[in-house]
Ligand binder design. Structure first.
Ligand SMILES: [Zn+2]
Length: 380
């Protein structure tokens, strides 16, 4: 109990009984372990039932976040599947993900069997459609991931059927998801109501190009959550896209967002943490109104046809500690690399650390995070 309420010893005797009762309720309702906390949310994406105020913990919450995950594709054929059927792909990074209170990733590619893709022609060499075996879902669970965003440019590679199949796989494993408009992940961790909402640049998910709508959606969700996490899949792609420009980005003829305006707008509207991905490279981080923004988490576990040269092969697990009200306390970069054909390996040389330091400084100046040599980072 002391672990749950570190301030209890300091509380006045008159407050002790009510705190004790609240703590007991908290233990019963939520547990202190990550597994207990997520297990109690039997319907992870269900709308909140009734108005039962949750007892509030003041303990910080640790978030682990990673970028694009595509563990192997059975489309167009099984040659795109990894050795050992993918069982080892996430093993090295799993302990970092598992110990966080909440671990987030971007599920780049639908999980389904069969189905048809209208996306690519039979002889296309430049079009990528992914189809991840449904049996790979358990690797996400075993790695410690709790919530996946399907709000990206590949989750609809196999149409509605692929999205629904992915959601079903995650639901059966006890992972939450955020996919199309209205589908937000709701979790209860350490007595805090946490909502994760995904934005992308398509018309299935909330569209990050519609900033006025984003403000309304986020403001509405912020009223329902103690901590609101916004995920977005946006920005140009590739080694030339490491910097966060001012104004709108376009890529392959698509509007990929005015990300500085978007991220600040959602925080102005009540978001507490913004997690970006999409460029396939890691971008810098800034702190705005005491809230952390990671502009791109990069590729994370992308097996197969992905280009992993240079900056495309550098990645990380982002660990961020948030106050119980969502304010940013501090964080740590856990460096990793991918080499062809893919799968993250921890990087003792820490190659991504100076990259994030330099990008954060160059793009955000005083607002950029200050990154130490060991990967720990704080606001300036
Ligand atoms: Zn993408």
């Amino acid at each position: 109990m002391v672990n749950i309420f570190p301030g209890a010893e300091r509380a006045q005797r008159t407050l002790f009984l009510s705190l004790f009762t609240a703590a007991l309720f908290l233990i019963a309702a939520c547990g202190t372990e990550k597994t207990a906390a997520t297990d109690t949310t039997s319907s992870l994406n269900a709308a909140p039932s009734g108005v039962v105020p949750s007892p509030q913990s003041t303990e910080p919450i640790s978030i682990a976040a990673v970028g694009d995950i595509m563990l192997g594709s059975s489309f167009p054929d099984a040659s795109g599947l990894p050795p050992k059927d993918g069982a080892d792909l996430l093993k090295e990074v799993a302990p970092i993900l598992a110990r966080a209170d909440l671990a987030f990733g971007n599920l780049e590619g639908p999980m389904l069997e069969g189905g048809a893709s209208a996306k690519c022609g039979p002889r296309s060499t430049k079009c990528f459609a992914f189809r991840v075996p449904t049996r790979y879902g358990r690797y996400l669970k075993e790695a410690g991931l709790d919530v996946m965003s399907l709000a990206n440019n590949h989750s609809s590679d196999f149409g509605r059927e692929g999205v629904e199949s992915s959601k079903r796989v995650l639901r059966e494993l006890g992972l939450a998801h955020t996919a199309e408009e209205g589908d937000v992940a709701r979790l209860n961790i350490k007595g805090r109501k946490i909502i994760v909402v995904g934005f992308a640049t398509n018309n299935v998910s909330y569209n990050l190009n519609d900033i006025e709508k984003a403000r309304r959606v986020v403001a509405d969700l912020a009223r329902q959550a103690d901590i609101l996490i916004v995920s977005f899949h946006g920005g140009a792609e590739g080694t030339a896209a490491q910097r966060v420009p001012y104004g709108r980005e376009r890529y392959l003829g698509e509007e990929r967002g005015d990300l500085r305006t978007f991220t600040h707008a959602v925080i102005d509207s009540g978001a507490d943490l913004v997690l970006g991905h999409g460029p396939h490279v890691v971008r810098g981080m800034e702190v705005y109104k005491d809230r952390l923004i990671a502009y791109s988490l990069g590729n994370f576990a992308t097996y197969g046809k992905f280009n992993l040269t240079g900056a495309l092969g550098l990645t990380m697990v982002l660990e961020a500690e948030l106050k119980s009200d969502g304010a940013f306390l501090g964080g740590r970069i856990h460096p990793a690399t991918q080499t062809k054909p893919g799968g993250p390996r921890l990087d003792s040389a820490g190659q991504i650390i100076p990259v994030v330091r330099q990008l954060s400084q160059a793009d955000f100046g005083q607002a950029g995070v200050k990154v130490d040599a060991d990967g720990r980072f704080t606001r300036q």
